[in-house]
Design a protein around this ligand. Structure first.
Ligand SMILES: Nc1ncnc2c1ncn2[C@@H]1O[C@H](COP(=O)(O)OP(=O)(O)OP(=O)(O)O)[C@@H](O)[C@H]1O
Ligand SMILES: [Mg+2]
Length: 153
């Protein structure tokens, strides 16, 4: 698995990095994806999908549906909490039920549900580095996600 810090300079490179990771994922893997607007989180999930045998075009940006399920080598649940206004919305969808050994869960804006994330997961953090450069840090986590005091409700 491609743990550590990576830098990409095009959307396609970000997608390919996601694809490499996607190929190595197993059922039960949870990806907590954080980073500012437009840093490439969705492009990365498109790559994850490709690595799982799902067409990247199926992965779209937020709608009013929090969870999208895709059938691949392993089912992929793509969750995007950008529009989340109240943590009770996530509680009501029963987030824990998606964390089963049968599927992969990729959560954008994961810090918004920090208290509900499993302690064993991959934390993937995106940041702008000027122009089209993005830093992407992939690290295993065995602790609580760091709540973002501004956005955690
Ligand atoms: N190196 C790069 N990696 C990924 N995207 C890039 C890169 N350089 C430029 N971009 C552009 O940045 C945007 C990233 O969009 P994307 O939807 O993947 O980001 P996001 O982090 O999911 O955004 P949001 O916070 O709205 O969910 C796209 O317009 C893409 O073309
Ligand atoms: Mg996105």
């Amino acid at each position: 698995m491609n743990l550590g810090s990576h830098e990409t300079t095009t959307p396609d490179q970000t997608l390919r990095l996601g694809c490499t990771l996607g190929k190595s994922l197993r059922g039960g893997d949870v990806l907590a994806i954080t980073g500012d607007l437009g840093t490439g989180k969705t492009h990365f999930v498109k790559g994850i999908a490709q690595g799982l045998g799902i067409a990247p075009s199926q992965i779209t940006s937020p709608t009013f549906t929090l969870v999208h399920e895709h059938e691949g080598r392993i089912p992929l649940y793509h969750i995007d909490l950008y529009r989340l206004e109240d943590i009770r919305e996530v509680e009501s969808i029963g987030l824990e039920e998606y964390f089963s050994c049968d599927s992969v869960v990729a959560i954008e804006w994961a810090e918004r549900a920090a208290s509900l994330l499993p302690t064993t997961r991959l934390d993937i953090t995106f940041s702008h580095q000027g122009d089209d450069r993005r830093q992407i840090v992939i690290a295993p986590s065995t602790g609580r996600a760091q709540p973002d005091t501004k956005t955690t409700i």
